[in-house]
Design a protein around this ligand. Sequence first.
Ligand SMILES: Nc1nc2c(c(=O)[nH]1)N[C@H]1C(S)=C(S)[C@@H](COP(=O)(O)O)O[C@H]1N2
Ligand SMILES: [Mo]
Length: 202
Amino acid sequence: MATRGFFGRRPADDAAKRLPPGQYLERGFPVLSAGPTPHVDMASWTFTLKVGPRPVKKWTWGQFTALPRTAIHKDIHCVTKWTKLDTDWDGVSVDAILADAGVTPPTPWLLAHSFDGYTTNVPYKDVAGDMGIVATSYDGAPISPDHGGPARLLVPHLYFWKSAKWINGLQFTERDEPGFWELRGYHIYGDPWREQRFTGDP
Ligand SMILES: Nc1nc2c(c(=O)[nH]1)N[C@H]1C(S)=C(S)[C@@H](COP(=O)(O)O)O[C@H]1N2
Ligand SMILES: [Mo]
């Protein structure tokens, strides 16, 4: 009689509900970079927190990875239309970085900077709490160079271009400053559930 309750929802239905509009389910993990993978040397790796032009704190790899850690288990959505379910990351939350620097958010806007010159803007509210981390591990292992290792930003509820690979700093800015892709036609905010792919999308 109670077949429905017995077998529950079919996994395919569950996956479909987790796909934002226009996305398809990807089981692999595509690599998308605007340029070549930069060589990032752990010995000279640093992460800098800035308020406007002013650096307020800088961490070495050892100092950074000793900060309190946050794990994230979430689906990720690329603007090129793939969605990957149940990805596992571990790293340092933006709030843990701010706490270590003794900084309370001086403006509502952040710009992430990377070793390859890439930038992307994210409102602070979108990385507050455990929503945004600087990830140093994916699936229980160090992040591979192609996927942004040694460290990348992870903001899984926004399109994946917001998750800056090879991150080397976060900067509070006076206004919401468009980054690399935002200057080239991508949406300033990038919510996959509202399908905010390009400038001019609602
Ligand atoms: N530093 C840097 N970060 C980046 C990019 C880049 O070119 N440089 N590409 C972005 C884009 S457009 C996407 S879709 C994702 C892809 O991440 P992946 O290669 O791990 O799938 O990284 C984002 N972060
Ligand atoms: Mo992308």
